[in-house]
Design a binder for this molecule. Structure first.
Ligand code: NAP
Length: 311
């Protein structure tokens, strides 16, 4: 007989893992599909300071490791495959991956969001050659070099602070004259002698043949253009980009109600399609954090259980 899961969770970040934990504990037959390794964006974080009850100085991968263990303990199965298509509207939902076709009574979408590029000339060609979207992954390559961080949100400031352990100095390039990041992070950045700022500024071009050699930065208020060249002794510098996120929702376009690419749900994580729930950063919401993602996942799994049992 063909296998029909109770719940398929798409995405293995904190929202998906929390959904797995709750679905597993409810004894629902649960499959989690994750295209890479579990963890989502938080695995690129060196220290998670604001997860309640978290261990001091715990890294994103360490926290995720404990979440994975907890979900597995309650019987959640995981496959590492990319989802290529979904059919959500029938009573039985169909999820097609690069290797399989899976069926389920309910779906929890926890696909999260990916880093947004600046979009300037030269950026795409120099990814991995000086341009990076992950400080924990690439920071060590820039030991004693200049580092520039683009953005003014929590990610930019948090990662700039982390990068001070490697760079000669770390310059935050922000398009306004005021940071969006949490005040606590701002205070740390302003107090750190290795952190400098280019205010009201955007990167308009990144230059280099086989590595970043220079970039053009424009002041959006005065129009002044600044050419930044690598120190001749260093030959290169690092550009870390944290200018927000792009929701990973393309698969669901035209079927699920969305706002700016984020899926609309009610407080029970229900989408406009029966039996389909969304949790974590993929949802329309104000606060995108591990704690809110985990809470969404718990709610989605609990509601999936109620939907299946008809209560
Ligand atoms: P974000 O909060 O959306 O901030 C993006 C930053 O990039 C903003 O400062 C924005 O400027 C700037 N920006 C956007 N587009 C730009 C462009 N084209 N060129 C130059 N600058 C641009 O994104 P995030 O920092 O990645 O954070 C994403 C979510 O994760 C947020 O909800 C955040 O709170 C959360 N997060 C939390 C923590 C934590 O709690 N420790 C850590 C990391 C992330 P404006 O300010 O002018 O709009």
């Amino acid at each position: 007989m063909e296998k029909i899961y109770d719940v398929i969770i798409i995405g293995g970040g904190p929202a998906g893992l929390a959904a797995g934990l709750y679905a597993g504990r409810a004894r629902l037959d649960t499959l989690m599909i994750e295209k890479m390794t579990e963890g989502g964006q938080i695995v690129t974080t060196n220290e998670v300071e604001n997860y309640p009850g978290g261990i001091e100085h715990e890294s994103g991968p360490s926290l995720i490791g404990r979440m994975v263990g907890q979900a597995e303990k309650f019987g959640v199965k995981t496959v590492k495959e990319a989802v290529t298509a979904v059919e959500l509207t029938g009573d039985i939902k169909i999820v097609t991956t690069t290797a399989n076709v899976f069926k389920s009574k309910t779906i929890i979408i926890a696909t999260g969001a990916n880093p947004r590029p600046i979009g300037c000339p030269g950026e795409a060609a120099l990814v991995g050659m000086g341009v990076s979207y992950c400080a924990t992954c690439d920071g060590a390559f820039f030991e004693d070099l200049d580092i520039y961080v683009v953005g003014g949100g929590d990610s930019a400031v948090e990662e700039a602070l982390y990068l001070t352990r490697f760079g000669k100095k770390v310059t935050i390039i922000h398009r306004r004259d005021e940071l969006r990041a949490a005040k606590y992070l701002q205070e740390q950045a302003f107090a750190n002698p290795k952190v400098e700022f280019f205010w009201d500024s955007v990167v308009t071009e990144i230059k280099g043949e086989e590595m970043v050699e220079g970039m053009t930065v424009q002041n959006v208020k005065t129009g002044e253009i600044r050419e930044i060249l690598a120190d001749p002794e260093d030959e290169t510098f690092g550009i870390f980009v944290f200018v927000g996120l792009i929701p990973a929702s393309d698969l669901f376009a035209g079927v699920l109600d969305m706002k700016d690419g984020y899926i609309i749900t009610n407080d029970n994580m229900e989408t406009n399609v029966k039996g389909v729930f969304a949790a974590g950063d993929i949802r329309v919401k104000d606060l995108r954090q591990v704690v809110t993602a985990a809470a969404d996942g718990a709610i989605a799994a609990t509601q999936a259980d109620k939907y299946i049992s008809g209560h």
